[in-house]
Every structure is written in structure tokens, then in C-alpha cells.
Design a protein around this ligand. Structure first.
Ligand code: C2E
Ligand code: CA
Ligand code: CA
Length: 562
């Protein structure tokens, strides 16, 4: 086992001298300056601050017992009660023989009497204490992770900081490795196999990075941190890890976030936070293995955090507004407003209007989406009911259902009670379910969607053609309409003028006996071409952008009077 102390030869240990008398500080600083990097404190409070600041690099504290602000013995107790600080050895400076015993009992490592003995005696006591303390730390059980034998987080950070101290000019990379879907692996193959995989990852990482100047730790279950000299490319590690589960027939995919040539002014935790942010960014992107941190990620991360933090208050104070985008039936001579899609907006008091693309994915990840959607569904149901009562107009409105919501056993009840509470029928609410929701666990999802349909809800398959559902599955899917993925409209009417995909989707819809809805239609040309191809319903800026309820109401009244 390599010990960090083996690499220390060109660095000086750091020693704090805490004594309120200038002359004492000067004497000790003089004696120690050649061999140690000495920092000085003239009272207990300053000493405590300096100890906290330098906790990762401080090798020893020389502590006078009688000092202003915080007394030596009190400080000693504060240190020994603090997990992060108690490992730093303290030598007490005292002229009073009685307090020697008390200080040793309070956690002091040794004492040096005043007046001071010969410089050599002082030096010998200091170096012996440091050696003992370091030896003690090295063998301390908490230093190594029991499963993998890698450093634990606390010691890892400590050694990284010490290393920086001794090699301040070295360019270092902070890397965070995460195993993709490790919990699934644990569930499918059992904890023992999971643990074995983690051990092998640790071994492989040690082979790859185990050079003199790298440090590796296991941070949590399946997260590993590496601090190593800078390299331009870290992508080969993925290949080296991919095959470690071969004998269990498990392919292991890990992702890495790299904070390259990290800024050493940032504390070590923040450097690894940055690496983690970069790693998390590619969590759902299976084709990319390494992601490099850049400052823009911090802004995005902070923004995302702000949105998630503010969500409960925003919901309570009704900052979310439902907009309606009309859908027009174009099968007849003239387009007829036939329904609408409800699209949520966050009208933020400081940030203005935030589009759902910025917060829906975050809320889906954090499980907040169901609260928001229930609010949206309720609000839509209230509007439908109001329009029926006040205007005598009945227009079905579609709402978006997120994938996670389909797993909620209470979904059918929730939607039904929303309809009932507002005196509307279940067929007034259309449910848009994105095509990709049908993939992961198709049977369960298909059953759930069938149940919804049995209860009278209409189902539209959203973003159809985005590339997931297989053709042999589609005939069994319980749906009432296919909503063409917007990207076909873009490609069909871009340079290539390629409308083949749209024709294929329309053929599939014919085969299933359901209409095709095209969204994202922006021009008359697109609208006419779609009509010619046999598309039934159009939604898009060509007719109208999503608008607030009042404006949508006007569109409906116009329709009535047309
Ligand atoms: P989506 O369900 O595919 O919704 C269609 C998006 O296309 C909407 O964006 C709409 O404003 C936009 N759009 C409509 N016509 C045009 C057009 O002619 N041109 C262009 N360029 N865009 C058009 P929006 O409102 O930003 O919503 C984005 C996504 O956020 C939605 O995609 C949906 O997945 C999600 N979303 C919106 N509201 C909700 C909600 O209340 N609940 C849930 N779960 N998801 C929602
Ligand atoms: Ca939709
Ligand atoms: Ca869509």
C-alpha cells in the first residue's frame, strides 16, 4: 500500500504556533522556520479560525494554554470534539506542571515546558509527534473503505489538499465516476454481485490511476472520485471498465465528469462538486462517456436548483398558468377549431415567463411533476366547465401526462375525480402520452392506458415517430389519435422536401383507424401539403400560438359565430 507520506520529500509540513506573547511566537518561529511552514496566531479565536481554514494541510498545533478570547484548554476540547479536526496533533506549551496532565487528558499529544528547552529538543518532540500522528492516521480504520480498500471521502479530501500544498504548481484533474443505473444492477443480480462489481471497478481504477501522484476514493455506493495529474483525454477508462462484468454477462457503463486543470483557489469539495455536475449532465445520454466541466454548467445548475427550490411556493401562489393552443380540423372546406392542448407556463415574479422546456424535465427528475400536473389538470377542468356553463361551448382539451405518472396507481382515480368535481365528462379531457413512455415497461403501461380508456378518456400518442415504438407493438396500443413528432414537419419542409415519413405515419394511422394530428405547423404551405397527404388535424403557430384562457375563449366565440 502506498502511503501519502512517501511523496512528501519536497514539501514542508505546516505547523501552527498559537501564543499570545509575541516573543514566544518569534522564538518558536525562528527555531522551526527552516524545516516547517509556520503560521502564527495571537489568540484562541484566531487560532481556531486558522485551524479550520488549514484543516487539510496542518500537521501540528503548538498551543499556549493561557490566551485571550478562547483559552487553550477550551480550544483543545473544541478540537477533540470535531471529527474533522481531532486528527491534528496538539502540543501544549505550558509553565504549569499541573496543567500538563489535564491537557494530556483533554486530548493533547505532548507538552513542551516553558521556558523553552533547547531548540533540538523542541524539534525532536515536534517531528516525533507528527510522525506518530501520521502513522496513527494511516492505520486508522476510517481511512479506507471496507469494501474496496480505497480512501474514504474524508481522508481522500485531506490527502488531496495536502498534495496541493506540497505541489502547488501541479496541474490536476478532479474526476467523478458514476455507474449508470447501479441500483438496477443491484436489484437484478443481488447485492453480492453489485459489491463484486464495485470492487472490480476500484481495482481497475487503481490500475489506471494508481500512479504516484493520484488519489482515489469511493464517495458513496457507486460514485468514485479520482484526483490525478492533468491529461487531455480520459475517455479510455470507459473501455477498461466495460468488460469487468463479462463473467456475469453484465455490461458495465460508467460516466465520468472531469473538472480539468482545476482552479486550486476553490476548496477541494467544490472542485469535486464541479466534476459531479459534469457527470450528472450526461446521466441519460448513453452515447457519451466523459463530460468536461465548464462555467456555463454552474449557471445552468444554479438556475435548475433555483427552479426546484422555488417550486412549492410558486405552486401555492399560483405562478403557473395554463395556456391553450387550438387544434384545427382541416378535413372540411375550411378549418374548424376542434380542440386544444393545455401547455403550462411559469410566470415568475422576477424572471418573467419561463417555458416548460426549462422546468418540466427538472420536475420529472425530482418527482415534482405530478403536483404540477394535477394543478394543470384541475385548472383545465375548471376552464372546460366554465366554458360549458357560460358560453355553452364544449371543446375537449388535451393535457400532457408524464411517463412517471403512468406508474401511479392512483392516476385513474385522480383524473376521474377531477372530472367529477368539475361536472365534466372524462371524454372532455384528452390525455397526451408521449410515444417513448410505451417503451420501458410496455405491458404495464399498455394496461394502464387501457384502463384510462375504459374510463372514457381519449388518448393521443404524442411525439409519434420520435423513434421508440416498434411496429409490431403498435397494433395493440390503445390510442385514439397519433400526434406526429414535430421534427417531421421541420425535415419535410426544409431543404429535402421529404414527406415520405409523414405519409408512412398517416398510413399507420389509417391502418389503426385513428386520425393524425400534426403539430408545429407554421406556414400555409405546410398546412396545405399536410391536408393533401391526408392529415386530419393541425396545431401550430400558423393558426395560433398557445394563448391564455381569455384569448382562447375569444377564438371559441369566433368559431361559434363563424
Ligand atoms: P409538446 O407536448 O410536444 O408540446 C408542443 C410544443 O410545441 C409546445 O412547446 C408548443 O408551444 C410548441 N409549438 C406549438 N406550435 C408550434 C409551432 O408552430 N412551432 C414551434 N416551433 N413550436 C410550436 P412548450 O409549450 O414549450 O412545451 C414544451 C414541452 O413541455 C411540451 O412538448 C410538453 O412535453 C411539455 N409540457 C408543456 N406543458 C406541460 C404540462 O402541463 N405537463 C407536462 N407533463 N408537460 C408539459
Ligand atoms: Ca403534448
Ligand atoms: Ca408533441
Amino acid at each position: 500500500m502506498r502511503r501519502f507520506t512517501d511523496t512528501l520529500e519536497d514539501g514542508k509540513r505546516q505547523v501552527l504556533v498559537a501564543d499570545d506573547e509575541l516573543i514566544n511566537r518569534e522564538i518558536l518561529a525562528n527555531i522551526l522556520a527552516d524545516e516547517y511552514d509556520v503560521i502564527l496566531a495571537e489568540d484562541g479565536e484566531i487560532a481556531y479560525e486558522l485551524i479550520k481554514q488549514n484543516r487539510n494541510t496542518l500537521s501540528l498545533i503548538l498551543l499556549d494554554l493561557i490566551m485571550p478570547k478562547i483559552k487553550g484548554l477550551d480550544l483543545l476540547k473544541m478540537l477533540s470534539g470535531d471529527n474533522e479536526l481531532k486528527g491534528i496533533p496538539v502540543i501544549v506549551l505550558t509553565s504549569d506542571q499541573d496543567s500538563e496532565v489535564t491537557s494530556l487528558q483533554s486530548g493533547a499529544f505532548d507538552f513542551i515546558p516553558k521556558p523553552y528547552p533547547q531548540p533540538d529538543v523542541i524539534k525532536a518532540r515536534i517531528s516525533r509527534s507528527i510522525e506518530l500522528a501520521e502513522g496513527r492516521q494511516i492505520i486508522s480504520a476510517t481511512e479506507k473503505d471496507g469494501l474496496t480498500g480505497l480512501y474514504t471521502l474524508e481522508y481522500f479530501y485531506r490527502y488531496c489538499s495536502q498534495y496541493d500544498k506540497f505541489f502547488p504548481a501541479a496541474e490536476m484533474d478532479a474526476i467523478c465516476f458514476d455507474v449508470n443505473h447501479f441500483h438496477v444492477l443491484n436489484e437484478r443480480f443481488g447485492i453480492e454481485v453489485g459489491s463484486e462489481i464495485l470492487k472490480r471497478i476500484a481495482t481497475r481504477l487503481t490500475e489506471v490511476f494508481g500512479g504516484q501522484k493520484s488519489f482515489i476514493c469511493r464517495k458513496t455506493a457507486d460514485t468514485f472520485l479520482v484526483y490525478c495529474p492533468h491529461q487531455d483525454d480520459h475517455s479510455s477508462v470507459a473501455d477498461q471498465i466495460a468488460n469487468i462484468g463479462d463473467d456475469f454477462q453484465i455490461g458495465i457503463k460508467i460516466r465520468a465528469g472531469v473538472y480539468s486543470c482545476c482552479d486550486k483557489k476553490l476548496d477541494i469539495h467544490s472542485r469535486f462538486d464541479r466534476a459531479k455536475i459534469a457527470a450528472d449532465k450526461i446521466r441519460n445520454n448513453y452515447s457519451v462517456f466523459v463530460n468536461y466541466f465548464d462555467e456555463a454548467l454552474i449557471d445552468a445548475e444554479l438556475f435548475a436548483e433555483q427552479l426546484v427550490d422555488e417550486f412549492p411556493k410558486a405552486l401555492e401562489s399560483r405562478q403557473f398558468q395554463v395556456y391553450f393552443q387550438p387544434k384545427y380540423d382541416i378535413r372540411g372546406d375550411r378549418p374548424v377549431l376542434s380542440s386544444a392542448e393545455a401547455l403550462v407556463r411559469w410566470v415568475h415574479p422576477d424572471l418573467g415567463m419561463i417555458s416548460p422546456g426549462a422546468f418540466i424535465p427538472l420536475f420529472e427528475e425530482d418527482g415534482l411533476i405530478s403536483k404540477l400536473d394535477e394543478y394543470v389538470w384541475r385548472s383545465v377542468a375548471e376552464h372546460i366547465s366554465g366554458w360549458k356553463k357560460r358560453l355553452g361551448i364544449s371543446v375537449p382539451v388535451s393535457v400532457n401526462i408524464s411517463r412517471a405518472e403512468l406508474y401511479d396507481p392512483a392516476l385513474v382515480d385522480t383524473l376521474e375525480s377531477i372530472a367529477r368535481d368539475n361536472g365534466i365528462t372524462t371524454s372532455d379531457l384528452v390525455l397526451e402520452i408521449t410515444e417513448s413512455a410505451y417503451v420501458s415497461d410496455s405491458n404495464q403501461i399498455v394496461d394502464r392506458v387501457k384502463t384510462l380508456r375504459d374510463h372514457g378518456f381519449f388518448i393521443e400518442m404524442d411525439d409519434f415517430g420520435s423513434g421508440y415504438s416498434s411496429l409490431n407493438m403498435i397494433s395493440e396500443l390503445p390510442i385514439d389519435a397519433l400526434k406526429l413528432d414535430m421534427k417531421f414537419i421541420r425535415t419535410a419542409f426544409d431543404k429535402q422536401n421529404d414527406t415520405r415519413m409523414i405519409s408512412i405515419v398517416i398510413d399507420i394511422a389509417d391502418y389503426l383507424g385513428v386520425p393524425v394530428i400534426a403539430e408545429g405547423v407554421e406556414t400555409e404551405e405546410q398546412c396545405l401539403a399536410l391536408k393533401k397527404l391526408g392529415c386530419a388535424i393541425i396545431q401550430g403557430y400558423y393558426f395560433s400560438r398557445p394563448v391564455p384562457a381569455d384569448d382562447f375563449e375569444k377564438l371559441m366565440i369566433d368559431k361559434k359565430t363563424v
